[in-house]
Write a protein that binds this ligand. Sequence first.
Ligand SMILES: Cc1cc2nc3c(=O)[nH]c(=O)nc-3n(C[C@H](O)[C@H](O)[C@H](O)COP(=O)(O)O)c2cc1C
Length: 329
Amino acid sequence: MKTWLTETFNIKYPIIMAPMFLVTNKEMLIEAAKAGIMGCTPALNWRTPEDFEAGMKELKESCPGPFGINLIANKSNIHLKKQLDVCEKYPPAFVITSLGSPEEIIRRLKPHGTKVFCDVVDVAYAKKVEAHGADALIAVNSGAGGHCGPIPASILVPLLKKECNIPVISAGGIGTGAGLLSIMALGCDGVSIGSPFISTKESGVSKEYKEACVNYGAQDIVLSDKISGTPCTVIKTPYVEKIGINQNFLESFLNTNKTVKKYAKMLTYYKGMKLVEKAAFSATYKTVWVAGPSIEFINKIEHVHEVVERLISEYKIAFEDLNKIKISE
Ligand SMILES: Cc1cc2nc3c(=O)[nH]c(=O)nc-3n(C[C@H](O)[C@H](O)[C@H](O)COP(=O)(O)O)c2cc1C
């Protein structure tokens, strides 16, 4: 499985454990590195820039392989400047940018040897980040957990490969080795996998959230704009069913009204994040759990390395099975 990603970072498998708000942590990054892949975590998972700096120092000293940091590039991230200072002081192997222009992040971090990958969901935006100097594209497809894109992987990866000249890493919907093989066959240089790692032993979220990822499946995932204001995949728990997945008349009026929308959006986002945070760490009846359809293939709470090993052994079997298919001349 040699690709641009494995060669550039000297890792065994072309897999990134995707950044997940509230979920990914230091232990998961260390375990990912030990398992031959690289983990990435949002800088926002540390409460303050000071905590982030201490965490980066610790990771640089203790992580046995490369790891990445996810930076939110738009105005909602009031700590971006300080997070960039920390990344300059303790440069991560790579950064994944999401939301907003990655221009400043690319300009400041590339001179420190950090590779900058950018989340994209379509060709127009991919071309923009390529022009800014991004090192690779994270192609977020319609099967992804969190804020997914509108285009399926089978279309998005070939499209980006045709239109852009930098490596493409596919994000979304991989829960099996056969799925991994099918995505690699599209010609991407790696994959970014999130949801299957939520229920790992190393993840810091509540037992209830982990068990929900084991017990619910693909048909239970819904897109809700009720939580953060932008569509996000959540598990359809009885609580999500009760509050509904679409903003009500008043919410959508306030979020589109010219004079108040800026504040209404900020309030929706703030309230939504508090709700998600509470559900992630404590037993509450307000069960708003973010996850993607690939939790379908999660059958138990495992270690990070067990998830990786399962994917790789299934990949090998799928590869052998594929080679048994004869193509007649
Ligand atoms: C619980 C959860 C939280 C996420 N948080 C973030 C985030 O903070 N920043 C980000 O860029 N992407 C975030 N994502 C998206 C992932 O980085 C990745 O693109 C996605 O998980 C890939 O799809 P998959 O879950 O089907 O593997 C999140 C996804 C999930 C499931």
